[in-house]
Design a binder for this molecule. Structure first.
Ligand SMILES: Cc1cc2nc3c(=O)[nH]c(=O)nc-3n(C[C@H](O)[C@H](O)[C@H](O)COP(=O)(O)O)c2cc1C
Length: 372
């Protein structure tokens, strides 16, 4: 079991922070399916920007399972320290610092992975935030800035000496952006040099890959990002595979339907009608993209102008899928048994002992039923 400060994680498989994806609704789902942690989308350390609707949404943790992780991005040690203090006051239980983002918008202001070019500044930032925070501070980083200047090991050692409680390392440099394959040699070297919990990240897209990366690197856990797009149940499947060495039984298709419909409901609730529909489009594209033999309704779904139309179309399409007995078999697969009769969102069944973390709240079920 991984400990981060006072928190013992239920799982060593965690969700990667992803701007535009890991909002509160998605984090809650990932945690329900067994992600050990789910950090917020990054929040700028510039408090003057905190009045925007976008940032306020990013700082909303109502009903989120503990420990709540807030990721901060910035380059000024004092500003980051102040941002950490304020987020702790607002309910953050772990502060994560972003030194991994390669985006130009972020890097031009020397933050994200651009900070890796200035190790002295990295030290000042980490020290300032650790000293200002009454909660554990973690760091997310890459293996270095350039392929020829991979300083990930030094950064990791610096982080540990500054009091960072856990580290996540994406196996690419800033120069790699997202190109090529993630490499895990540097992560293995980091593991050999530091004692704090370490999460390996990059291109882990199946339970088997998680096992391979854990064995190769010796990391304490793995962090999954894009693999969770359209399949937040991957955490259930990875947890199962790691603990038992075999694929989890197929997830009932009805559970998939309920999850997708509950996700839509929570997006409408969280963002309101207009933004809710827009954010939902992205997730629906991923969900239907991963559902083998899914009816090609994406164009229709993208065109839906109201949440009720979008929801009804989604429900109808999912029901057709259930009727057709479609399977999704990326790793564990999705069951198509007769018991998966409708996408009702109703029922209170647990899915046996493999369904850790999948217990949807009554409130979510009710929301689903409201639109049934
Ligand atoms: C859409 C998107 C948004 C991202 N936003 C962030 C972010 O806000 N903070 C961060 O540290 N990393 C961010 N990342 C990087 C991921 O956390 C992760 O390191 C990267 O996707 C590699 O992991 P994967 O191969 O499992 O996706 C983002 C990645 C994606 C695809």
């Amino acid at each position: 079991m991984i400990r981060i400060g006072p928190y013992t994680l239920d799982s060593n498989i965690v969700l990667a922070p992803m701007a535009g994806v890991t909002d509160r609704p998605f984090r809650v789902i990932a945690r329900q399916f067994g992600a050990g942690l789910a950090a917020s989308e990054m929040i700028t350390s510039d408090v003057r920007l905190w009045t925007t609707k976008k940032t306020r949404a990013r700082m909303n943790h109502e009903g989120e399972p503990e420990p709540r992780v807030v990721q901060l991005a910035g380059s000024d040690p004092e500003a980051l320290a102040e941002a950490a203090r304020r987020n702790v006051d607002l309910g953050a239980q772990i502060i994560d610092i972003n030194m991994g983002c390669p985006a130009k918008k972020v890097c031009n202001r020397l933050c994200g992975s651009a900070l890796l070019t200035d190790e002295a500044l990295v030290g000042r930032i980490l020290t300032a935030v650790v000293n200002a925070s009454s909660v554990p501070v973690t760091l997310k980083t890459r293996t270095g800035f350039g392929r020829d200047t991979r300083n990930g090991v030094r950064i990791a050692q610096l982080a540990e000496s500054c009091g960072i409680a856990a580290l996540a390392v994406h196996g690419r440099t800033r120069e790699d952006f997202y190109d090529g394959d993630a490499e895990y040699e540097t992560i293995r070297e980091i593991r050999a040099r530091i004692g704090i919990p370490l999460f390996a990240n990059g291109d882990i897209d199946s339970p088997q890959k998680a096992r391979t990366v854990l064995d190769f690197t010796g990391a304490t856990g793995v962090m999954l990002g894009r693999a969770a797009h359209g399949s937040p149940w991957i955490f259930r499947d990875v947890n199962y595979f790691l603990s038992r060495g075999k694929n989890a039984p197929a997830l009932p298709l009805r559970k998939i339907c309920d999850t997708i419909l509950a996700h839509l409901e929570s997006l409408y609730d969280f963002y309101g009608e207009e933004t809710g529909i827009r954010v939902a489009r992205k997730h629906l594209g991923w969900y239907f993209g991963k559902l083998q033999d899914a009816p090609d309704v994406r164009r229709e779904l993208m065109a839906a102008q109201s949440s009720s139309t979008q929801f009804a179309l989604t429900k109808e399409s999912l029901e057709r899928l259930v009727d057709a007995g479609t399977t999704v078999a990326t790793w564990g697969g999705i069951a198509t048994s007769e018991e998966d009769s409708t996408c009702s969102g109703s029922g209170t069944e647990r899915w046996g002992d493999v369904h850790d973390g999948e217990n949807f709240t009554d409130q979510e079920r009710l929301r689903s039923q409201r639109r049934a």
